[in-house]
Every structure is written in structure tokens, then in C-alpha cells.
Design a protein around this ligand. Structure first.
Ligand SMILES: CCCCCCCCCCCCC/C=C/C(=O)SCCNC(=O)CCNC(=O)[C@H](O)C(C)(C)COP(=O)(O)OP(=O)(O)OC[C@H]1O[C@@H](n2cnc3c(N)ncnc32)[C@H](O)[C@@H]1OP(=O)(O)O
Length: 238
């Protein structure tokens, strides 16, 4: 599952346990309530740092649960349920009134990759862990908001092709080169330490969280439209 812990200005959202942190309906629910709690406690200077325990940041949706449905159509229905349930998590991160930092200490695949990418800053370890969009290998199409997020957040056309059309498994330094990851670090611990340092620097700016969220949303109007997040039209000061 996940926990939310406030230490000073920083909210630590941690996917706990030594498993693959598969985004099941239960974990998705747990993420949503943690994000709603962070939002309700946000003040100037708040920052979210998201990380996980073990070898996986998140290995994506719980395909095992989908495949256990007993028929192909029931499996598709379960997968579609997770797709629909996860969209509000992306929306919540897009509209969170604070800077967000993902400290990716392990593998991030498919929806798990999107969870990390939905943060403002994406830090990753270089010695272990890959970023991997397995959908092309699985024969699964991308939900609209997945594509919208990758278009919004990955500027490189060849990078998007390699990630989404080629299913490349990117290590930390490769992801930095593609501009997907802010910085790569030598271990899980140093990745989290770097994320905390960055979070503390951002916290010192004491930004107005609501304005911060509006500016973030204005950067990604298409993505906001797809996930159903309203973008305020700036009121011209007469
Ligand atoms: C037509 C049908 C339509 C149906 C329509 C229905 C609805 C449509 C909706 C479709 C939905 C689409 C969106 C789906 C989203 C999802 O989330 S679906 C779930 C997807 N998840 C997955 O597919 C899981 C993918 N994960 C994996 O494949 C693996 O877990 C992994 C991430 C590749 C990790 O594999 P693993 O074997 O566990 O890796 P390791 O053992 O850790 O590492 C392998 C070796 O590599 C070395 N290594 C790892 N990282 C590094 C590094 N950074 N540097 C160097 N070396 C590294 C590691 O040491 C290992 O090496 P060895 O030890 O020598 O083996």
C-alpha cells in the first residue's frame, strides 16, 4: 500500500512493502486518499516527495488480477477499470498545490512509469531499475491520458518513439539524456537524498500553491483536458 508522512514542509508519499507495487484498485484508492490528504494540509512551502520500498517503484497495473477474471472480455473489463481508476491520480498530481518530486528507486513500468512522470521532477537511480512502457510488447493500446502525458512531458520525438513504440528499457543515465529524468544517482538512498534536497530548496521559495498548480496546469492544457482538470483562464487585471 502507501503511506503519507509530513516532515517539516515535505510530504513523503511512500509505496510500502517489498512487492512490485502493482497499481491495483486498492493501491490506486490509497494513492488518491494520500494525495487528497496532502492537498488538504498544503501550506506555502509544501512539497510532495514520492518514492517506494524495494526493487520496484511500481510495475504498473495489476495484470494478474485482470487475467484471473476468467475470460478475455472480463480481463479487459478489469484492465479498463484500473485504467479509469488511475486517471484521477494523474489529475490529482497535475492539480496538487505544491511542487512534486518522484524519487524512483527501482523499476517503473507502464502505469508505474506514468505515475513517476506525473511529478514535476523525476529523479532515478542509475545502478538498478529501468523505465519501461511494456504496452507494445503486451499488445495493449495506450489509454488517451497515457499518450497525452508522454506528449506533454517528453519533448524528444525519437525518445517518445523509443519508449512507446519500441518498448525500450531505459536506465537512469539514458533517461537523463532523453530529458525524461532530472538526474540519476548511484543508489536508492542517494536518489531519495537528492529528492529531499531538491524538495527543501523548492520549499524555501514559499510559493502560493494554488498559483503554482495553475501555472503547472497551464503548461499542459491538452493533458489537463484529457484527465478532466480545469485550467483557469487568467483574469486580465484591468
Ligand atoms: C487488444 C486487446 C485490447 C484490450 C483493451 C482493454 C483496455 C485497454 C487498456 C490498455 C491499458 C494499457 C495501459 C497499461 C498499463 C499497465 O500498467 S499494464 C501492466 C504493465 N506492467 C508490466 O508489463 C510489467 C513490466 N515489467 C517487467 O517486464 C519487469 O518487471 C522489468 C521492469 C523489466 C524488470 O524485470 P526484472 O527481471 O525484475 O529486472 P531485474 O532482475 O531487476 O533486472 C534484470 C537485469 O537487469 C539488471 N539491471 C536492472 N536495472 C539495471 C540498471 N539500471 N543498470 C544495470 N543493470 C540493471 C539487473 O541486475 C538484472 O541483471 P541480472 O541480475 O544479471 O539478471
Amino acid at each position: 500500500m502507501c503511506t503519507l508522512e509530513k516532515r517539516g514542509d515535505l510530504f513523503f508519499l511512500t509505496l510500502t512493502g517489498d512487492d512490485e507495487h502493482r497499481l491495483s484498485l486498492t493501491l490506486i484508492d490509497s494513492l488518491l486518499s494520500a494525495l487528497s490528504q496532502a492537498k488538504s494540509q498544503a501550506t506555502r512551502g509544501s512539497v510532495l516527495v514520492t518514492t517506494a520500498h524495494g526493487k520496484f517503484f511500481s510495475n504498473g497495473f495489476d495484470l494478474g488480477w485482470a487475467q484471473a477474471a476468467g475470460s478475455a472480455s472480463a480481463a479487459r473489463a478489469r484492465l479498463s477499470q484500473m485504467v479509469a481508476a488511475f486517471k484521477p491520480v494523474v489529475a490529482a498530481l497535475l492539480s496538487l498545490p505544491m511542487p512534486t518530486v518522484a524519487a524512483v528507486q527501482g523499476h517503473a513500468a507502464a502505469a508505474g512509469f506514468l505515475l513517476a512522470l506525473s511529478h514535476d521532477y523525476f529523479l532515478m537511480r542509475r545502478d538498478r531499475g529501468v523505465l519501461y512502457m511494456s504496452e507494445v510488447d503486451l499488445g495493449l493500446p495506450f489509454p488517451d491520458y497515457f499518450t497525452a502525458a508522454f506528449l506533454a512531458k517528453i519533448g524528444s520525438v525519437s525518445g517518445r518513439r523509443d519508449v512507446m513504440l519500441r518498448g525500450m528499457k531505459l536506465k537512469g543515465d539514458e533517461a537523463v539524456k532523453l530529458g525524461i529524468v532530472e538526474s540519476a544517482h548511484d543508489s536508492a538512498e542517494s536518489t531519495v537524498e537528492a529528492a529531499v534536497r531538491l524538495g527543501e530548496q523548492l520549499a524555501k521559495r514559499k510559493w502560493n500553491g494554488d498559483v503554482y498548480a495553475e501555472i503547472r496546469k497551464s503548461l499542459y492544457p491538452e493533458l489537463c483536458g484529457v484527465v478532466g482538470v480545469g485550467v483557469a483562464t487568467p483574469k486580465a487585471k484591468l
